[in-house]
Design a binder for this molecule. Structure first.
Ligand code: ADP
Ligand code: MG
Length: 240
């Protein structure tokens, strides 16, 4: 894969601020992550979680501050960097008129993956959609589309995996499978950021947890006490 030339095993976010007009969505965020980290982003609606994920994807630029992927600054990287990132956003960007297999094949070609057919078949199995591979995505439930979009985001074995509310719309069995999938990504050396409102799933996947509140980030201690308790304490401290 041509884009594989750029790789990294850590990310450093330094003093990142993002304004939308006069509204400050992120305020001086500094955070680092290493291969194997699964970092959950917890915070109320409008806190800045999606903005942070969009900046990490390199699709949105910070107003000030910098993100480095290993030795490479986001601004210098372009397509080679995007070839190492997998992003599952709110919008799934699937083609409704195409089948599940066609959606994955299209992505595999864009990434110029070797053996796209094999990779697509494995993705369909992992999405638990092998028996629906030739059905059009327009007829799929939200959960089925979510599973397909996740596997599409992971087809190219990205180093950095960004998941925005990935448990939304999943039934219990699919959510359990996603927990296992995320753990496996971490074990294989990906860096995973996942924004979620679900504290149970967050606790099951997190090796680290960061509260995002009013554009600021604050890392929670991983001391074994319930995540929700630590989260509420952090918000109370900030409000005081
Ligand atoms: P979260 O994902 O935590 O719910 P967001 O990152 O989506 O929060 O939003 C953070 C803040 O930035 C909110 O106040 C939101 O209204 C604002 N915001 C997000 N995207 C845009 C945009 N494209 N234009 C203007 N304001 C935005
Ligand atoms: Mg969001």
């Amino acid at each position: 894969m041509s884009a594989g030339a750029l790789d990294f095993d850590r990310i450093d976010i330094t003093d990142v601020t993002r304004q939308y007009g006069r509204r400050r969505a992120l305020s001086r965020v500094t955070l680092s992550a290493s291969a194997g980290d699964v970092i959950v982003l917890l915070g109320p609606n409008g806190a800045g979680k999606s903005t942070l994920l969009n900046i990490l994807s390199s699709l949105l630029r910070p107003t000030s501050g910098a993100v480095r992927y290993g030795d490479t600054a986001a601004a210098d990287a372009g397509d080679a960097l995007r070839g190492r990132i997998g992003f599952l956003g709110h919008e799934l960007f699937l083609y409704s008129d195409l089948t599940a297999r066609e959606n994955l094949t299209f992505a595999a070609r864009l990434y110029r993956l070797p053996d796209p057919d094999g990779i697509v078949e494995r993705g369909l199995v992992r999405a638990n959609l092998a028996d629906r591979a030739d059905d059009r995505v327009g007829g799929f439930s939200r959960g089925m589309r979510q599973r397909l979009a996740l596997e599409r985001a992971l087809l190219h074995q990205p180093r950095l995996v960004l998941l925005d509310e990935p448990f939304t719309g999943l039934d219990d069995r699919s959510a359990d499978a996603l927990v296992e999938r995320i753990a496996e990504l971490g074990r294989h050396g990906s860096i995973v950021f996942a924004a979620t409102h679900d504290f149970d799933y967050a606790a099951r996947i997190a090796t680290r947890a960061t509260v995002v509140n009013r554009g600021r980030c604050c890392e929670l201690p991983m001391d074994g006490s319930p995540l929700l308790t630590r989260y509420r304490t952090a918000l109370a401290v900030e409000a005081a």
